[in-house]
Design a protein. Structure first.
Length: 261
């Protein structure tokens, strides 16, 4: 979690569309005195202060000033960004470094695109659009944690799962990050979610896969890789079992009525 001050409008230094992964599949950035906000339209691995996260279309990230960020792309990659300085006043908000914005992703993209269109740099409108986007990102976390009475170890494990669906996820790793034993995490997870850890991971991966199949133009192999099931045969089998149809059928079921209309 990071501490972000939003009681006053931030100083927005720049906004834009970043295109990467063309000349090099790796970039390393560190902005000494600027925060970075990114809204992603691609899948990649993001390393922030030594911790690796997976990002996918519809994800957002916030990086505090002075933090080194490493991007490992999988090809041409485009994101919206804002570089800003928060005004340190009032009570801070606490947000994850990486979040899946879900249904809010188009709204966030629209706000940043409006900020890009505003001029000159640092204008009142640009600042307002970015400030609104930042509050929306804070609200994302508030919605997912409101009334959360789960054991801290389970909450920590779930937060890591959500941010790393494209990566290999094992119970020993989750237990180590959560500060409990393998067996204890297994018992806690079953008690508090009604599912095994493995079943929960599989369910979240398939929910994300369905979202990408119906809401993006990513190829089916790219969707499979984005949710940590790069083996297409296994991905097809899991989709049929968990979602009731093949990846292509799920995508076509949504596209069909739209085309007919």
């Amino acid at each position: 979690m990071i501490e972000l001050h939003l009681a006053a409008p931030p100083e927005v230094v720049s906004v834009g569309v970043g295109i990467h992964g063309v000349r090099s599949l790796r970039d390393v950035f560190r902005l000494p005195d600027l925060w970075q906000l990114h809204v992603y339209a691609y899948s990649a691995d993001l390393k922030v202060a030594g911790t690796t996260y997976s990002v996918a279309p519809g994800y957002v990230s916030l990086t505090p000033a002075g933090t080194q960020v490493q991007f490992d792309y999988r090809g041409r990659s485009e994101h919206l960004y804002a570089h800003f300085r928060p005004v340190v006043t009032g009570e801070p908000s606490y947000v994850p470094v990486v979040q899946d914005a879900g249904d809010a992703a188009p709204v966030l993209s629209g706000l940043l695109r409006s900020a890009v269109e505003a001029s000159p740099s640092g204008s009142t409108r640009m600042t307002a659009e970015v400030w609104t986007a930042l509050w929306r990102i804070v609200d994302l976390h508030a919605v997912t944690t409101e009334g959360d009475s789960r054991h801290p170890a389970v909450s920590t494990a779930i937060a890591y799962i959500e941010a790393n669906l494209a990566q290999p996820l094992t119970i020993p790793t989750l237990a180590r990050l959560s500060g409990v034993s393998h067996n204890h995490l297994t018992r806690l997870f079953q008690t508090e979610t009604g599912q095994t850890v493995i079943a929960y991971i599989r369910g979240r991966r398939m929910a994300r896969a369905r979202h990408l199949l119906v809401s993006s133009t990513l190829s089916i192999p790219a969707v499979a890789a984005s949710v940590g099931v790069p083996d297409l045969q296994a991905f097809n089998k899991t989709c049929r079992r968990e979602l009731g149809g093949s990846p292509r059928a799920i995508r076509n079921a949504v596209a069909g009525p739209v085309a007919a209309g």
